[in-house]
Design a protein around this ligand. Structure first.
Ligand code: XMP
Length: 514
């Protein structure tokens, strides 16, 4: 019997996980599998529908990724997105060609046939395109159900066999009715029931963690942020006191952070935390290092070194190391199918781990996006103050001090950040912003204070809105607020005489400056 879930075959798109997440938002479990998954393995898992994701390749190229054609003999509904749609065209004897004009960004589809896939949509709808190739000949048994100016086969369907393909990306928010389209496919066409909840994720994870860990001990690195806290509470539920929490104060945390975190864990969650003061080790290790990637790798390596030392001290062997890696960290550090998408940044919790790592890694949140982790935190009854905390990168303030990290820069940055967050919270914007933070610039500028000339540091303020950190817009903070922030930082933080505001969005910039 078919089970109530959707299999997503991954052809390497940066958006593949968004498809999985959107379907889970609809209340249907979905999981990503490699595009070349064996048909027998797939059939054993009995999905109710299959989605073929987008991908960076061209189906016109020899050796480009394909799925097992036998999936079309299963009779399951199939939905191809972008590369997935082009692959359908190729398999069913249509034709795909490299387009002269790359279609990237917003486009309007004109719906030609009122198919079930488009129920609830108007004749013209805004969608998000990102493709070079396009279908130029309809595959056998298919009809065109929507066009754009540039794509004569923007959406195709074989309604007898419930096989659909769209050239655009319904999973990204810029496709305004994208979620309706996915719902139409998953609920109406594939007949999945919308009964999956975060509670099921907790139950499944606990089962899976117990099976994997057995009676072994797990060393869990907590950082005070929402990800590692949620992970620790989840692990504590699964394995109780076999969870050993270690909190390394690397000196790169925000002001007062270490004390507050320790207090929260012991008092509220009844989880014991070993607080380790490694400030000097990190500061010495980072001395004179300018390069952002080198900083991340150094921090990652030092983390592991300290962990190993701590683990050795513990009685019995600690076999596992748990990390609160989230999906965006994974995609930005490595391509999901080992394909050609470039490494954007090495997030220390993924890329910087030494090869001879003596622990087995456990990453219970690696399939989730930030807002899903927050939902999970709410479900695990963590406090709102913690659940709605803005993200803070693993390498901490080190990637917000451009150039070498020094004690002086850290002290200045901690104070400036404290002021900024205080102002943002007072303005009632803390939860509306994805992140707001200060960056210490390695330049000095001239200023005047009283009658004296000053030659001091510049602080950049960064505030962004975002859904999942994959894209972000600079926040249009009110001028009055910016004025207060600037006045207070310059007046209250010794060593700063200038504040600038970052007005760049992601892409092409990233959220952090390093
Ligand atoms: P970027 O700067 O790549 O950041 O746009 C996207 C999100 O990831 C956070 N970030 C990190 N998190 N280790 C982490 O755990 C890292 O090395 C790292 N670098 C960036 C960043 O704060 C933002 O939320």
């Amino acid at each position: 019997m078919q089970k109530n879930w959707v299999a997503i075959l991954d052809f390497g798109s940066q958006y593949t996980h968004l498809i999985a997440r959107r379907i889970r938002e609809l209340g249907v479990y979905s999981e990503i599998l490699p595009c070349n998954v064996k048909i027998d393995d797939l059939i054993k898992r009995s999905p109710r529908a299959i989605i073929l994701s987008g991908g960076p390749d061209s189906v016109t190229k020899k050796g480009s990724p394909v799925c097992d054609k036998a999936i079309f003999d299963t009779g399951l509904p199939v939905f191809g997105v972008c590369y997935g749609a082009q692959l359908l065209a190729k398999i069913f004897k249509g034709e795909v060609k490299k387009s002269k004009k790359r279609e990237y960004g917003k486009a309007f589809i004109n719906i030609k046939v009122k198919d079930r896939l488009f129920a609830g949509l108007k004749k013209k709808e805004l969608v998000w395109m990102s493709h070079g190739d396009k279908i130029i000949k309809l595959p056998k048994g298919f009809k065109t159900i929507a066009k754009t100016n540039n794509s004569p086969f923007a959406a195709i369907a074989d309604t007898k066999r419930n096989i659909y393909g769209v050239q655009f990306h319904p999973e990204v928010v810029h496709t305004l009715k994208g979620k309706v389209i996915l719902k139409n496919f998953v609920i109406d066409i594939a007949r999945c029931r919308a009964n999956w909840r975060m509670r099921s994720f907790i139950e499944d994870s606990i089962k899976e963690l117990r099976k994997k860990i057995g009676r072994e001990k797990v060393l869990c690195a907590i950082s005070g942020g929402v990800d590692s806290s949620v992970m620790a509470v989840l692990l504590h539920k699964a394995i109780g006191n076999n969870l050993v929490c270690v909190f390394i104060d690397n000196g790169l945390l925000r002001k007062d952070e270490a004390r507050l975190v320790k207090e929260r864990f012991t008092k509220h969650y009844h989880i014991n935390v070993n607080l380790i003061n490694a400030q000097k080790l990190f500061l010495d290790g980072l001395k004179n290092i300018k390069d952002p990637e080198k900083k991340r790798k150094t921090i990652g390596a030092l983390f592991i070194k300290v962990f190993e030392k701590e683990a050795k001290k513990l009685q019995g062997n600690v076999k596992f190391l748990a990390q609160g890696t989230l999906y965006p960290d994974v995609i930005e550090s490595r391509s999901p199918v080992g394909g050609p998408s470039a490494t954007i940044k090495t997030h220390h919790n993924v890329g910087g781990l030494p090869k001879d790592l003596k622990f087995k890694l456990i990453e219970p949140l690696k399939d989730l996006f930030k807002d899903e982790v927050r939902l999970l935190g709410k479900e695990l009854r963590l406090s709102d103050e913690l659940v709605y905390r803005q993200p803070f990168p693993g390498p901490g303030l080190a990637v917000r001090i451009l150039g070498p990290v020094t004690k002086q820069a850290l002290d200045v940055l901690k104070e400036a950040d404290w002021v900024l967050i205080d102002e943002i919270k007072k303005a009632g914007l803390y939860r509306k912003l994805w992140q707001s933070f200060c960056v210490f610039l390695p330049v000095k500028t001239v200023g005047v204070m009283g009658d004296e000339r000053t030659y001091d540091n510049v602080i950049a303020v960064r505030a962004v809105t975002s859904e999942d950190a994959m894209t972000a817009n600079w926040a249009h903070l009110p001028y009055e607020l910016l004025e207060n922030i600037s006045n207070r930082i310059i007046n209250e933080v010794k060593g700063v005489n200038r504040v600038v505001y970052d007005i760049s969005s992601k892409p092409p910039s990233t959220i952090e400056w390093e």
